[in-house]
Design a protein. Structure first.
Ligand SMILES: Cc1cc2nc3c(=O)[nH]c(=O)nc-3n(C[C@H](O)[C@H](O)[C@H](O)COP(=O)(O)O)c2cc1C
Ligand SMILES: [Fe+2]
Ligand SMILES: [Fe+2]
Length: 412
């Protein structure tokens, strides 16, 4: 990985992480990049740190070498966000150098002590505060709390109009040669759009309200370049990632796209018999269908497709007087990620007295999900041909409902 110049005096350093579970939970089949930025005036600042899992901090120091910058040359360390994927290198950095100043948000100060035992040489900043690096380079700071932790802020280079927002506007997807939107084909941009959806759904989703607020803050700045802590740098069309993030944030409350995600689990194939019919009904109704079986499908993939779906089908049997456990776990996480106001349909098999529906109601109410369900289809043991027809019909009804919700949405 090589250092690249974002714009005159700002450089991107990066490492890719692969073969890990991000946050210890989320599979990242296409990896993720971890970006850091060097900003040069007369003084030098580093914004967030290249950290990760591939020989860091060596990665950071190797890239500084490429730039002929020694760690000792860095005057300011700006920590936009204290999650260790951005700040974890501080432990090593402070062994090399003791006298640098850390710039962080007011809430960041306590985290510096908690994670790195750093209590000295800290300057706390809030929205509107600036740092003059000399040579006409003035950095301005803006709090964007809860994108993703409470202390998160963005750094804005007033000279070039470059925004360094850390997790905001980020995406999954390792980056090899070309980290800039102006270097990428439409297909590559589309790839990073998919990776951004999954990143958003897995990492940012629960903070959609703060994200919407952060977008308003950003829109108040004369931004020309967006250079996030993960993913590609937007130099040609920064508005695209802002618009995409606006859309992703709006999907929390729905409606999202004309898509339906079918999540199903089955022990002995009874519930499974309804899966093809419901998908046929949905497809006849003209919506895009995503299918996930639990527990086989990774939760991160399910979240990504539910995030862009206006409708959800849940198909699961009763298990020990409750819902099939992997489905309960998925539903619980969907609620915690604030997948709200979905149009939904549930069907499933039971043996004697059922119980899945009761737990479904309990979870959706407890997490205030406000999902609007079509009448469920529950059957004892094997579904009859009439029940299978009914499931297919519900699929068509759900597709119709999804299409009209999307058509009626503001801005549709
Ligand atoms: C471990 C286990 C627990 C079950 N618990 C219940 C239950 O509490 N109440 C009930 O009505 N049926 C219960 N059943 C019966 C299943 O709901 C029934 O066999 C159903 O047809 C399974 O559908 P599937 O093949 O889609 O998994 C249980 C079955 C198993 C294997
Ligand atoms: Fe984060
Ligand atoms: Fe991050």
């Amino acid at each position: 990985m090589h250092v690249t110049e974002v714009t005159d005096g700002i450089f991107r350093l990066s490492a890719n992480a692969k073969d890990i579970l991000f946050e210890g939970i989320w599979p990242i089949p296409n990896g993720v990049s971890m970006n850091s930025y060097i900003v040069k005036g007369e003084k030098v600042a580093i914004v967030d740190g290249v950290c990760g899992w591939d020989g860091v901090p060596e990665t950071l120091f190797t890239q500084l070498d490429q730039m002929k910058i020694k760690a000792e040359d860095i005057d300011y360390v700006i920590i936009n966000h204290h999650e260790p994927d951005h700040s974890g290198w501080l432990d090593d950095f402070k062994k090399i150098r003791k006298d640098f100043q850390i710039i962080t948000s007011v809430k960041g100060e306590a985290l510096l002590e908690a994670f790195y035992e750093i209590t000295d040489n800290i300057r706390t900043v809030k929205t509107g505060d600036t740092l003059d690096l000399g040579d006409g380079r003035v950095l301005a700071f803006a709090d964007i709390p809860n994108v993703h932790w409470p202390e998160t802020m963005a750094t804005f280079d007033t000279k070039s109009g470059t925004l360094l927002p850390c997790d905001a506007f980020g995406s999954f997807g390792a980056i090899t040669d070309a980290p800039y939107d102006d270097q990428l084909s439409d297909e590559q941009i589309e790839f990073f759009e998919q990776e951004a959806v999954r990143y958003y759904a897995n990492i940012v989703a629960a903070f959609s309200l703060p994200t919407s607020k952060a977008i308003k803050v950003v829109e108040g700045l004369p931004v020309k370049i967006i250079a996030p802590g993960h993913g590609i740098v937007w130099r040609k069309n920064p508005q695209k990632i802002v618009d995409d993030y606006k859309r992703y944030a709006s999907y929390s409350k729905g409606p999202a796209k004309e898509e339906v995600t079918v999540i199903w689990g089955s022990m002995y194939g009874m519930t499974e018999q309804g899966v093809r019919p419901v998908i046929e009904g949905l497809q006849e109704g003209g919506v895009v269908v995503h299918e996930h079986r639990v527990p086989e499908s990774p939760l991160g993939d399910i979240l990504a497709s539910v995030w862009t779906s206006t409708g959800v089908v849940l198909a699961m049997p009763t298990y020990e007087y409750k819902m099939f456990p992997p489905m309960a776990a998925v539903l619980d996480e969907l609620g915690k990620k604030k997948v709200l106001n979905r149009k939904a349909f549930r069907f499933g098999s039971y043996g004697w007295s059922g119980g899945a529906q009761k737990e479904l109601d309990e979870i959706t109410q407890r997490l205030k999900m406000n999902w609007d369900f079509l009448e469920p289809v529950e059957f004892k043991g094997k579904p009859s041909p009439q029940e299978l027809d009914l499931i297919k019909q519900r699929g068509r009804e759900l597709a119709e409902a999804v299409k009209s919700l999307v058509a009626d949405a503001p801005g549709a």
